[in-house]
Design a protein around this ligand. Structure first.
Ligand code: AGP
Length: 607
């Protein structure tokens, strides 16, 4: 969604703010801006488009001052424009905001009644104008913000600066994350710790409803009950050197290519005794008696959870309900005693997933989260956190996090199966042997890139693409479709192969490529039958399978991608690679921005 930053520094704030915003651009990049207080004077600079446009503006029209706030925007209300860019300044107060003010229309009406007019289309301007209104009544900055916050409904992480206040920043969070960085005679604010990694590793995360008055040498946090509290200062070590492209054209390319090493690290963090035993972080879960599991996530993380359903049900004999968080949170399903709920989220900040987690917490369910950010809001509200150890993922389209999610979920499923004694010792060993092949098999899958690049150049002219998969390949078919549509903007849909003849086959003609994800598993022959149905209607088949599979079924296909022989259990993890590469190279062929696709943001912290 959006990213906010703030600096109370000993040096010029503008370059620090821009550097911090660079690390938050993955959260949104419609427009950007900063405001500073220089000898008491509050002033802003804002630019439409990517952050580089703001940097260029600051070269020609610099902004002095050692106190500042900044923002990179993913538009929720109002088109991307300079007018709608943050910071929103109303007289002697400026504010940056991540979230959605849900009652901004009512507030706008109230402000109109005070003869205070809006100039923008945004919800955030309402916050600035309400603060200005209270400031004009003579309240102190702290009182102004407290009174303003009482008016707001919705999700927000806010940072305020005031005219005349060289050493004051006031921040608050409700529903959107906010981190405070501790420097040496300096203080910082950011939507996440990545934004501040170049400034400090000493981070305090605000809790829901916290409000903080910050000066260079003092942090005063008030909780939602109005009590002064202290929050833990954590050492968050983010290797910011990892946050670069290492010579790749895009972060996405790098993150696809580094999956063998990333997944080796993930496995190493859960396997011990020469990779023959699975160890989870300390927990009091009784895996032996799990009867059912509720899994909730969004987007790619949802497809990871849907894949895990096949493993938990078939191997661990645990019934699994999976739902997208935006639906689950409002369904408010009945929750039986002892229910375990598992939430998958790369960022750990997805608003819908967090809300669903809070619903299940309120129903006394045990909470497991599979996240890539162990300090995230979702992690902090879980009973058991299973980290991905995938390193920072910058590409908006999730790749290494997806395969890491699958790997962690596969480990949990096997651990659960063993605890329930529904698999033999030999089966347990075999599953672990399969898991230990992941890095090598992904390396093999990556070797198909040149062929995939060639296919992608043809695919780039398609209007519609269908992905088909059976069994645990069905969620991957949907993930492959999501990857393609979100970075190449080509319409794509994923279907269970068996569903094709129940309607979607009407879409098939020679213009519609059909990507069939079919490892040589027990369902392979069924997938081949579906392929025949497509080819009988001039459909263009792209078949992803191993050598044996291609030997059996490649005849008549438009194109094929040869995959390594893969154990059925880990096939969804290995076959994710060609789906990722196909999307990436199609985006390259179309000239779209693979790392920052239009309309998207990496972390959806608003609902
Ligand atoms: C992934 O390619 C998408 N950009 C998006 O669907 C993402 O998976 C979803 O927003 C969930 O994000 P999370 O894993 O951080 O919760």
């Amino acid at each position: 969604m959006c990213g906010i930053v703030g600096v109370l520094g000993q040096h010029e704030a503008a370059p620090l703010l821009v550097e911090a915003l660079k690390r938050l651009e993955y959260r949104g990049y419609d427009s950007a801006g900063i405001a500073t207080v220089n000898d008491g004077a509050l002033e802003s600079r804002r630019a439409i488009g990517k952050l580089v446009n703001l940097s260029d503006l600051l070269v020609h029209n610099p902004l002095a001052g050692k106190s500042g706030i900044g923002h990179t925007r993913w538009a929720t209300h109002g088109t991307p424009s300079v007018k709608n860019a943050h910071p929103h300044q109303a007289g002697d107060v400026a504010v940056v905001h991540n979230g959605i003010i849900e009652n901004f229309v009512e507030l706008r009406a109230e402000l109109n009644s005070y003869k205070i007019k809006h100039k923008t289309d945004t919800d955030t301007e309402t916050v600035a104008l309400m603060a200005k209104h209270y400031l004009s009544q003579g309240f102190s900055p702290t009182e102004v913000v407290k009174k303003t916050l009482l008016k707001l409904k919705g999700a927000f992480a806010l940072a305020f600066l005031f005219q005349g206040e060289n050493d004051l920043m006031i921040v608050a969070r409700q529903g959107s994350p906010l981190a405070i960085g501790h420097g040496n005679g300096e203080m910082y604010v950011g939507s996440d710790a990545i934004a501040l990694a170049h400034l400090t590793n000493k981070i305090t995360y605000l809790d829901e409803g916290d409000f903080a008055k910050i000066t260079r040498n003092k942090l005063e946090i008030t909780n939602k009950s109005g009590n002064l509290v202290t929050r833990k200062i954590r050492n968050i070590n983010i290797n910011i050197n990892k946050v670069d492209k290492d010579g790749y054209k895009h972060f996405m390319a790098k993150e696809i290519a580094e999956q063998p090493s990333i997944l080796k690290t993930t496995l190493q963090n859960y396997l011990y005794n020469e990779n023959t035993e699975i160890e989870l972080p300390k927990n009091d879960l009784d895996l032996a008696n799990i009867e059912c599991l509720t899994m909730v996530a969004c987007g790619t993380a949802f497809y990871a959870a849907l894949t895990a359903k096949y493993w938990f049900e078939k191997i661990a004999r645990v019934r699994v309900e999976v739902d997208v968080a935006s639906e689950f949170r409002y369904r408010e399903p009945p929750v039986s005693k002892g229910t375990i709920a598992l939430f998958v989220s790369q960022s750990g900040e997805t608003a819908d997933t967090l809300a669903a987690l809070r619903y299940m917490s309120s129903q006394q369910a045990k909470i497991i989260s599979v996240v890539n950010v162990p300090e995230s809001s979702i992690a902090r509200e879980s009973d058991l956190v299973l980290p991905l150890h995938a390193g920072v993922e910058i590409g908006v389209a999730s790749t290494k996090a997806f395969t890491a999610q699958l790997t962690v979920l596969a480990l949990l499923a096997i651990k659960t199966a063993k605890a329930k004694a529904v698999i033999t010792e030999d089966q347990y060993r075999q599953y672990l042997k399969d898991l230990n092949q992941i890095p090598e098999l992904i390396t093999h899958a990556l070797s198909a890139e040149a062929n995939i690049r060639r296919i992608a150049t043809e695919l780039a002219s398609s209007q519609d693409v269908i992905f088909l998969g059976r069994g645990a390949m069905y969620p991957l078919a949907m993930e492959g479709a999501l990857k393609l549509k979100e970075i190449s903007y080509i319409h794509a849909e994923g279907y269970p192969s068996g569903e094709l003849k129940h309607g979607p086959i009407a879409l098939i003609d020679k213009e519609v490529p059909v990507v069939v994800i079919a490892p040589m598993d027990p369902l392979f022959d069924k997938s081949v039958s579906n392929m025949q149905e497509v080819m009988a209607r001039s459909g263009k088949i792209l078949l992803l399978s191993c050598r044996k599979g291609l030997a059996k079924a490649a005849k008549g296909t438009w194109a094929t991608v040869e995959m390594p022989e893969t154990p059925e259990f880990i096939a969804p993890i290995i076959y994710a690679v060609p789906a990722q590469l196909l999307a990436y190279h199609t985006a390259l062929a179309k000239g779209t921005d693979a790392d920052q696709p239009r309309n998207l943001a990496k972390s959806v912290t608003v609902e």
